[in-house]
Design a protein around this ligand. Sequence first.
Ligand SMILES: Cc1cc2nc3c(=O)[nH]c(=O)nc-3n(C[C@H](O)[C@H](O)[C@H](O)COP(=O)(O)O)c2cc1C
Length: 184
Amino acid sequence: MSKIEINSNTAPFPKPIVLVGSEVKGRPNFITVAWFNRLNGLPNIWGIALGKNKYTIEGIRENGSFSINIPSTDLIEKTDYCGLHSGREIDKSALFDVFYGKLANTPMIRESPVNAECTVYEYVELPKTLLILGEVKHVYTEERFMTDGVLDPAKIDPIIFTRPGDNYRALGEILGDAWSIGRE
Ligand SMILES: Cc1cc2nc3c(=O)[nH]c(=O)nc-3n(C[C@H](O)[C@H](O)[C@H](O)COP(=O)(O)O)c2cc1C
């Protein structure tokens, strides 16, 4: 079978979308982020890649912290809206029921099934983006998103961003168990 070389910018990247919260100049602000990942366990370090002009960066630098909020599919319009408008031009603080946990100046979204408070672990300068590594300090959810005491991905119902095409999709079906099906 012969392979065709494609533009690396169009390589497929299905990613769960997150809303990153920060307080910029005393006001809660939320940015839609696809380039998010878990990078280390114990300490749990999660990374977000932000364009260097993002207003959110001002708040993260100011407070040394940010939140990661995983929206469910019913928040699709508001999630897209946060990705269309900068906090520099509009006030995004009233879009959600904002709450605070244990870290100061780190706003979170009550409607999101999962919320995490992170402190900045390191900034990594890349040519076009600032990779912000955050150490996860506290994670919050509600009983209704859990099954047998742990988070249930189906109940969280995350929004999956796919490229190329730039679409939002829902989580698919379970195909098998990880670290298990390969044993057969
Ligand atoms: C689906 C989607 C995914 C996005 N992913 C990112 C991302 O990973 N990093 C980033 O810097 N901007 C991303 N953006 C763009 C920002 O959300 C957008 O520029 C936002 O208005 C910036 O907000 P702020 O200036 O208030 O920080 C994304 C937008 C959408 C719609």
